[in-house]
Design a protein around this ligand. Structure first.
Ligand code: PMV
Length: 321
């Protein structure tokens, strides 16, 4: 029996992180240059129920039964099993690999969950619909992050640009113009839960000021959506810069992020901001196509450990699973 293989992309948040946890809208796009993969092979010689998991990048080689109940892989696998109503799993080998940097704001956790849920449900002969995959991946995120908005699992599951709001769900976003982004990695690992937790402390201490900032971010997101779909494109860069200023005000930027954002702008980027939880991880810059390499080189010279150039294509749904 051939191995079942599933893939899921990384993601960047173009606008609206953090405020999205407080029910303001946000915009995210998949990043296909990085991806998580899960492959499953039947293990007919092993006893039923034995699931051997190998994930080289995180140095994991373990039996499912030896992992903690709240391990993200346990949650993804058991969640899929329960959803399909399968009491005992057949023996199998699950191999997970990922080129998405961990704790860097690129959605690595959500991508691994989505790839595992898809591979396992396909292996069990009942591939789950996107809606179910998304629901299960969200449950894993909840156990990991406490109060995730759900934007990460949504953009990674549907692998298309999304306009997302916690209470109303997501709407596919149809870009009217092609855009190029450079992603710059500070190399600083930053767990999203910590930044989200600190924003919550600020929100509790200064609710009015913080709510006002969230409202401003939500306003930027709506302007950005309009600009992405129908133009004018020229406002997008300045909107990113404004979003960055507001993220700095809620304390989720960092010296490294600030430096890379400034360097990107100096190298000719149209706008730049952190992306995701912040405090480290990645920043993004909107660039003219022809200037992408220059901005990427500027970022690397300023200390970025990795740069990735990614494109958002006009009116195109990108599928790569
Ligand atoms: O997982 P990250 O670092 O890409 O951040 C997700 C975006 C936040 O708005 C900070 C958190 C959330 O749950 O939406």
């Amino acid at each position: 029996m051939p191995a079942i293989l599933s893939k899921a992309p990384g993601k960047i948040i173009l606008f609206g992180e953090h405020a999205v946890v407080y029910d303001r809208p946000a915009i995210a796009i998949p990043v296909f240059q990085v991806q998580a993969k899960a492959s499953i092979l039947a293990d007919p010689l092993a006893p039923p129920g034995r699931v051997m998991i190998e994930a080289h990048e995180i140095g994991l080689r373990a039996n499912l039964s030896s992992l903690p109940e709240d391990h993200p892989l346990t949650l993804a696998i058991r969640g899929t099993q329960e959803t399909l109503g399968i009491p005992r799993l057949p023996a199998m080998r699950l191999a997970i690999s990922s080129t998405i940097p961990v704790a860097a704001g690129l959605g690595s956790g959500a991508a691994v969950s989505v790839a595992v849920i898809r591979a396992l449900s396909a292996f069990l002969g009942a591939p789950l619909e996107d809606e179910e995959v998304n629901r299960l991946a969200y449950k894993v995120e909840q156990r990991l992050h406490g109060t995730p908005s759900g934007i990460d699992n949504t953009v990674v599951t549907y692998a298309r640009p999304v306009y997302f709001c916690r209470s109303t769900g997501f709407q596919p976003l149809k870009p009217g113009i092609p855009l190029t982004f450079v992603i710059g990695d500070t190399g600083v690992k930053s767990p999203t839960a910590e930044a989200v937790g600190d924003v919550r402390i600020l929100w509790q201490a200064e609710p009015e000021t913080t709510e006002a900032i969230f409202d401003q971010i939500g306003g930027l997101v709506d302007k950005a959506r309009q600009s992405l779909e129908t133009g004018p494109a020229g406002v997008l860069g300045p909107l990113m810069n404004e979003n960055q200023t507001l993220l700095e005000r809620i304390g989720v930027s960092s010296l490294d992020l600030d430096r890379l954002v400034k360097v990107a702008r100096k190298s000719g980027a149209l706008g730049a901001k952190l992306s995701g939880g912040g405090r480290g991880g990645n920043m993004i810059a909107l660039v003219e196509e022809g200037n992408a390499e220059t901005v990427a080189a500027g970022l690397r010279a300023a200390g970025a450990v990795r740069t990735t150039i990614t494109h958002l294509h006009a009116l195109e749904v990108q599928e790569d699973r």
